[in-house]
Design a protein around this ligand. Sequence first.
Ligand SMILES: Nc1ncnc2c1ncn2[C@@H]1O[C@H](COP(=O)(O)OP(=O)(O)OP(=O)(O)O)[C@@H](O)[C@H]1O
Ligand SMILES: [Mg+2]
Length: 333
Amino acid sequence: MSLFWRIFVLDAVGLAVAAALLLGPVTVSTPVLPGEVLVVVAGLAALLAVDAVVLRVGLAPLGRLGRAMADADLLHPGARAVVSGPVETAELITTYNAMLDRLEAERAASAAGALSAQERERHRIARELHDEVGQTLTAVLLQLKRVADLAPKDLREELGQAQEATRAGLDEIRRIARRLRPGVLDELGLLSALRSLAAEFTTHGLTVRHDLRAGLPPLTEETELVLYRVAQEALTNTARHSGADRAELRLRPAADGVELLVRDNGTGLGAQTGEGAGIRGMRERALLVGAALTVSSRADGSGGGTDVRLRATAGTAPAAREAAAQASPGGLR
Ligand SMILES: Nc1ncnc2c1ncn2[C@@H]1O[C@H](COP(=O)(O)OP(=O)(O)OP(=O)(O)O)[C@@H](O)[C@H]1O
Ligand SMILES: [Mg+2]
């Protein structure tokens, strides 16, 4: 029954009983007798008490809906308010749940579009760096070598330094291009790409060990790219924030898919719970391929540190993939 009818019927019954009593056995004298006051006050109190109970029970689902709305987070999709209560409230909760369905689908589609545009742009910049700047610097390097061969002795040392600087610039450009576009992912596959990522982050002060198992179940291109980008951001965070001297990059088969783990022995996330663009980006990418991401501090007596864990399923990605494909015909790559 709707809340309107519940209250209306209750009040109607209460007032009808009061009227029937006043017209029948009960009389109210002037001045009022103490016994009569007692009866009227008791009747009124009973009516108000029943009213309060009906309202409390009828409005409780609205309170729960309010809390569900306050807790709603599109980056943790799937949570829905329980449909219960009087008709109006149940309809409101159903409409809210349908709105969440729509918002989650739209968000997945727009995130897929934005991420795929970002990947395409990275691809383009990497190609231009490699093909344009890289070629120019290579030509300069060759020219310098020719000039050095012909130059008088006292100029050779300086020309040699110019060659060195050009070579360093070339290496740097290749490194940037590689980071922008995990070309090894296309050429050598995920495991090699992750291995070279671990090597790239192994610098003075941080050693990244890798434990990358062969024989993983087949993964879609999108899932591989998500695994790569999540590992990249997690290792960037380790290098930037954790103060760790050791980190581990692990990829293993797990129930119906794979599990990626990036673990460091640093300070952990600490008291701060705010997530920046980096962690939000990881979550968005994970959602795109239906993977589950957890970022947590470890408190197992091993000195703390942070774990970033991504569980991805093998085979085809869920609906988000179609959304991504529709948002951009080229998919995520
Ligand atoms: N491995 C880690 N160890 C310690 N703290 C971390 C680690 N990873 C993340 N954090 C903390 O979580 C915060 C949020 O990380 P997030 O990657 O979202 O943002 P960011 O790295 O600060 O900026 P961005 O990634 O957008 O450049 C960081 O500022 C840092 O305080
Ligand atoms: Mg970050």
